[in-house]
Design a protein. Structure first.
Length: 251
């Protein structure tokens, strides 16, 4: 029996850990060959590739700081050189430098904006042409409920994530006529390295503010990404799908 994403090639940025790792594994489970991008953690990225290969899938690691335009271009080129095409681009790489605005250093603003938002511009710009040439493609950008609702201590992060939503809607309009969809997934509180060090009190508050009364798992975000990458999602573009246990509704 053929798998739903068989013969598809996916690039997942920041796929060595957390949500990106879960996305890479889920896309591979559905048959896609996966380019596992990472920045620092080669060991973790290699483990993701080994896990995919162990189940008969195809995957490679590519080191690239996706906040750097030339490195993002090289990442996309490596995918094309290895697999010949790109069908799915998941812009997941992200970071935080939480701080109240009055204490935030310029470097903390710049680092978050380049890693979270400029990276999306960089990778989309590099991948758009090969997708347009084939008149097909799926771009899925990982934003956050912080970019929708705002969060004290996260002016940099929330601005980068809100920026991704505006970017996504604009690119969806540009690339829709070429049969390329561009969507966002907005996770709520998900247990990963990014959130592991949050103060216990904040973690508890997160649970209380979430109608489903728990944190989400990386796999639960990956299922939403895999859906948006699937044939079933062909008529969805410019959308932001929240995967947050109901958090962003407030109330
Ligand atoms: P994580 O566990 O900290 O993992 C971050 C990943 O991004 C790692 O694979 C890391 O690679 C990679 N990365 C960081 N900077 C990079 C760069 N400049 N170039 C390439 N890769 C880079 O984070 P996560 O929680 O899985 O978050 C993934 C995405 O989901 C982020 O965009 C985040 O903002 C978003 N998100 C997360 C939550 C949550 O609660 N966890 C909620 C909403 C949105 P290395 O391993 O090599 O360092």
């Amino acid at each position: 029996m053929s798998l739903p994403l068989e013969n598809k090639i996916a690039v997942v940025t920041g796929a060595s850990r957390g949500i990106g790792r879960a996305v890479a594994l889920e896309l591979a489970r559905r048959g896609a060959a996966v380019v596992v991008n990472y920045h620092q953690n080669a060991g973790a990225a290699n483990e993701v590739v080994s896990a995919i290969q162990a189940t008969g899938g195809r995957a490679i690691t590519v080191r690239a700081d996706v906040g750097d335009f030339a490195q993002a271009e090289a990442l996309i080129q490596a995918a094309l050189d290895t697999f010949g095409q790109i069908d799915i681009l998941v812009n997941n790489a992200g970071t935080t430098r939480d701080q109240l605005l009055m204490l935030m250093k310029e470097e903390e603003w710049d680092e978050v904006l380049r890693t979270n938002l400029k990276s999306v511009f960089n990778c989309c710009k590099a991948a758009a042409r090969p997708m347009v040439r084939r008149r097909q493609g799926r771009i899925i950008n990982i934003t956050s409920v912080s970019g929708i609702a705002g969060q004290a201590g996260q002016t940099n992060y929330a601005a980068s994530k809100a920026g991704i939503i505006g970017f996504t809607r604009s690119l969806a309009k540009e690339l829709g006529p070429r049969n390329i969809t561009v969507n966002c997934v907005a996770p709520g509180f998900i247990m990963t390295d990014l959130t592991a060090d949050l103060p216990e009190e904040l973690k508890q508050k997160g649970i209380e503010a979430t109608p489903l009364r728990r944190w989400g798992k990386p796999e639960e975000v990956a299922y939403a990404v895999a859906f948006l990458a699937s044939d079933e999602a062909a008529f969805i573009t410019g959308a932001t799908l929240t995967v947050d246990g109901g958090l962003v509704m407030g109330g």
